[in-house]
Structures are given as structure tokens and as C-alpha cells.
Design a protein around this ligand. Structure first.
Ligand code: NAD
Length: 477
């Protein structure tokens, strides 16, 4: 049984209640997390404030950076343990869980190195004045984290906030948060002072809502669905608390007839199958130039048919979905598509021996999905790829920009001019030319436009979001 982690120690929930932790590969309960409430959040916010106004706030930027670097090394020392926790809790195939541990260590390394390189400026102004800007931390930052990449999203969000000097209160997702609790323990071991990092588990409408409405929170980093992003933003507005939102996507992978198909194929498949499609930046729409449409669908279809799905510890191409309701949601998308006459090109296979109670959905490739169909517009959050033909550049741009989202896009073509024309016209926070996701790209600013959210995380850019700019004007002679 787990406990919250507040002030560098495990703390029981004041509710006395627990939420079961389910293994998505088997459907079996194997642990329990505290059902946090407003009193627990309040305790964590007070601990963070005390740290911010006390020992944590007194550290120099270089000292904060050193602690983050130490935490990065500790994460690597506990590599196998953390990968095993993440794999079981999220249902991630072992390789993916191991990649996530590498990523969180890299986030702490990157932000540890960046901590003492964040600074303001001196500004040219009228004679007789010297004007400078300071980049100050917000104070106590709240972090609402989803279940699909608990380690990675903790690393990118909390790593940046700590580097900038904030003290953090984290509300991870009720469906998967064991790794986050373990990281908080490791941070205490690394020497972070009590209250610098606090984790309160629980449901979104209870602990999450209490965090969003707490007047002691100075900034919120929310990663999750667009509808909850709106709710959290509205709730936080009552206290004028700024919110950064990292939301969903319906990201297009745009393939022109002149593309290098051999290079494109494994990348396009991985972009939708990774984490069973439960990735905000999943490449869930495959836009192919009509003259190459059949040839590309043949190749992608053959690759889909070879994909295998099974329990996390079998380490196959695709693991289970996170929970039963998510499995039912994806199945509903597919049955509606079939009912509407949308053809399936290919499906992967469920491995022999996959537990019957696990939440599996095999990868599925569908073709000629009409632009007004929900499969072409809404986030499925499962391994489902919607293929759509296009005629030329203008048509590709029109289709790519036809959803409410704008998170990521990829463009596959050998034509240099087209690469740049397309990259400028597609509305997305990140555009990849002849690649997708750049292997995680911790150094690369990430975030959306439109319903994909606003603000940037990852890279150095994120540090600006975790600070407030203060202007100081000094009048001398
Ligand atoms: P979700 O919005 O249901 O939950 C996200 C977090 O918000 C969880 O911790 C949840 O407990 C909390 N929450 C729920 N209701 C709340 C409330 N009323 N007040 C405060 N907090 C509340 O999303 P999810 O299903 O966990 O995650 C999937 C979604 O997250 C997808 O839309 C996906 O695209 C998105 N996502 C985005 C990114 C990104 O970086 N852009 C990364 C990962 C996931």
C-alpha cells in the first residue's frame, strides 16, 4: 500500500481511503494508492511554501542544478527497478518503459545543467537609467500529470520547475503513478530539502481539483485531455493562477509520392503503435499523396499485420491499453467506423497466452476515412491509424489543418522546397521532416496550438514558462 510523499516522507491520506492499482496486462489488482483530498493537497502546498521560503529557496542556481544532476544519476542507479514499476503500472512493453527511465534521467540532467544558465537581461533605455530584468520563480508550482508517461512527464515538468527555483506539488494520475512516488523518494535521497517535491495521489475531481483551486499555488502545469485542461484553467482563473496546458492531438504524418518509403515505414508505424497509441503526439492520421496511396497502404498494411500485442513483460510491439473503459472507448471507435462502411486494411495479432482479462486492442489500419468522421477528427488514444489520400501540397495542408488540434506533424518528401513550404503552412507546435518525434527530443521545445494547448515544455524554452519576469529600472544621474 502506497502513501503520499510530502515533506520528504510518506504520509497517509486524511481520507483513510485507497484507490486500487490495476495491472493493465492482466486486469488484476496489485497495489493501492491513497485517495487524496483537499486536506492532503493543502498540507503539500504548505510544505512546498515552507521549502520555497526556507532551505530550498535559499539555494543558489548552481546548487539546485547539482541536486538535479545527482537525482539523474540516482535514477540511472535504479534503472531496472523503475522500468519494472513503470512497465507493470502502465502496461508498457519493457523496452518502452526502459526508454522512459532513460528520458527522465535525461530531463534531470538537462535541467540540472540549465539551472545556472537562466538569466535576465539589461535593456537599452533613456540616458540616466539602467534597466534590467530578473527571471524569478513563480513560487509553488502545481503539476497535474497523466497516466500515459508518468516518468517522462514528471521529468519534463517538475525538472524544469525545480531548475527555475520553484517548489512543486504533483498530482499524478490515478491510473498510473507508482513510479512518480518512487522518484520523489529518490529525490529526498539525493538531498532535495523537505517540501521541494511533494506528491499527492488521488482522483482528478478530488485531489486534482483541490490543487487547481488552491490559492497557495502560483502556477499550474497541466498535461492531459482538452476538456480537463479547460476545466483546470477555469478553476485556476478564480485565483488568477497561470496555467500551461499540454493537451491532445490528431497529428498528421504526410507522405508525398517522392518520399523514401523504406525510411518512412518503421517511423510511421512506431509513431502510432508506441505506448499502444496512448501518446499525445501519436501520428494517428496517415495522409498519402494519391499517386502513391495504394503502394504505401500495401507496405504499411503488411507491417501492421506483423505487429504483435501482448502483456508488458512479453515486450512485444504493443502492450495493453491502460484500463477497461479505454479499451471499450477504442472498440467503440472501431465498431462505429465499420458500421459507417470504413474499410480495415490490416490488423495486428494478439499473442498466444495474452491474459483474457487484459485490456488489449490490436493495431488497426483503416483507409479512406472521411474528413468529417470522428476517426479523422477525434483523438482515439489507441493504436488506430486513419489513412486519407490527398492530391497536392495545398490539399495536404488543408487536410492536415482540418482538426481542432495542432500538436505535431511529419512531412515525408525528398523535395527541399516542399519540406519548408509545408513546414511553414502546417499548424503544429513541432514539425518533423523525414522523421517523427526526434526520439523524444528533450532539448526541443514542445507544445501545441489550438486545442492541443498552449505554453511550451521541454528544452530551455520551458524554463521561461516556469519563471516570472521582473523589470527593475534604476535612475541614476
Ligand atoms: P485527463 O485529462 O483525464 O487526466 C489528466 C490528469 O488530470 C490526471 O492526473 C487526472 O487525475 C487529472 N484530472 C482529471 N480531472 C480533473 C479535474 N477536474 N481537476 C483537476 N485535475 C483533474 O487525461 P488522461 O486521460 O489522464 O490522459 C490522456 C490525455 O492527455 C490525452 O488527451 C492526451 O493527448 C493528453 N496528453 C497530452 C500530453 C502533451 O504533452 N501534450 C502528454 C500526455 C498526454
Amino acid at each position: 500500500m502506497q502513501q503520499h510523499f510530502i515533506d520528504n516522507r510518506p504520509v497517509a491520506s486524511s481520507s483513510g481511503e485507497f484507490i486500487p492499482v490495476i495491472d493493465p496486462s492482466t486486469g488484476a489488482e496489485f497495489d493501492a494508492i491513497p485517495r487524496g483530498n483537499a486536506a492532503d493537497i493543502d498540507r503539500a502546498v504548505r510544505a512546498a511554501r515552507k521549502a520555497y521560503e526556507g532551505p530550498w529557496g535559499a539555494l543558489t542556481a548552481a546548487e539546485r542544478g547539482r541536486l538535479l544532476l545527482k537525482l539523474s544519476l540516482l535514477v540511472m542507479d535504479h534503472f531496472d527497478e523503475l522500468a519494472a514499476i513503470e512497465s507493470r503500472d502502465c502496461g508498457k512493453p519493457t523496452r518502452q518503459a526502459r526508454a522512459d527511465v532513460t528520458a527522465i534521467a535525461r530531463y534531470f540532467e538537462f535541467y540540472g545543467g540549465a539551472a545556472d544558465k537562466l538569466h535576465g537581461a539589461t535593456l537599452p533605455y533613456q540616458n540616466g537609467y539602467t534597466v534590467l530584468t530578473l527571471r524569478e520563480p513563480h513560487g509553488v508550482t502545481g503539476h497535474i500529470v497523466p497516466w500515459n508517461y508518468p516518468l517522462q512527464i514528471f521529468g519534463r515538468s517538475v525538472g524544469g520547475a525545480l531548475a527555475a527555483g520553484n517548489a512543486c506539488v504533483v498530482k499524478p494520475a490515478e491510473d498510473a503513478c507508482l513510479s512518480v512516488l518512487r522518484i520523489a523518494e529518490l529525490a529526498a535521497e539525493a538531498g532535495f530539502p523537505p517540501g521541494a517535491i511533494n506528491v499527492v495521489t488521488g482522483y482528478g475531481h478530488e485531489a486534482g481539483d483541490a490543487l487547481a483551486r488552491h490559492p497557495g499555488i502560483d502556477h499550474i502545469s497541466f498535461t492531459g485531455s482538452p476538456s480537463i485542461g479547460i476545466l483546470v484553467t477555469q478553476t485556476a482563473a478564480a485565483n488568477h493562477t497561470p496555467v500551461t496546458t499540454e493537451l491532445g492531438g490528431k497529428s498528421p504524418q504526410i507522405v508525398f509520392a517522392d518520399a523514401d518509403f523504406d525510411a518512412m515505414l518503421p517511423v510511421v508505424i512506431n509513431a502510432i503503435v508506441q505506448n499502444a497509441g496512448q501518446t499525445c503526439s501519436a501520428g494517428s492520421r496517415l495522409l498519402v499523396q494519391r499517386s502513391a496511396y495504394e503502394a504505401v497502404l500495401d507496405k504499411v498494411g503488411a507491417a501492421f499485420a506483423a505487429l504483435r500485442t501482448g502483456p508488458a513483460d512479453m515486450d512485444l510491439d504493443c502492450g495493453p491499453l491502460i484500463r477497461k473503459t479505454q479499451q471499450a472507448r477504442v472498440a467503440d471507435f472501431l465498431s462505429q467506423a465499420r458500421g459507417d462502411g470504413i474499410a480495415t486494411v490490416a490488423q495486428g495479432r494478439l499473442a498466444d497466452g495474452a491474459p483474457a482479462q487484459g485490456y488489449y486492442q490490436v493495431p488497426t489500419l483503416l483507409r479512406d476515412v472521411p474528413l468529417d468522421h470522428r476517426l479523422a477528427r477525434d483523438e482515439v488514444f489507441g493504436p488506430v491509424l486513419a489513412a486519407i489520400p490527398f492530391e497536392d501540397e495545398a490539399d495536404a495542408v488543408r487536410i492536415a489543418n482540418s482538426t481542432d488540434y495542432g500538436l505535431v506533424a511529419s512531412i515525408w518528401t525528398r523535395d527541399g522546397g516542399r519540406q519548408l513550404r509545408m513546414a511553414r503552412k502546417v499548424r503544429a507546435g513541432q514539425v518533423f521532416i523525414n522523421n517523427y518525434g526526434a526520439g523524444g527530443g528533450i532539448e526541443l521545445p514542445f507544445g501545441g496550438v489550438k486545442a492541443s494547448g498552449h505554453g511550451r515544455e521541454k528544452g530551455f524554452e520551458a524554463l521561461y514558462g516556469f519563471t516570472v519576469l521582473k523589470t527593475i529600472s534604476i535612475k541614476h544621474d
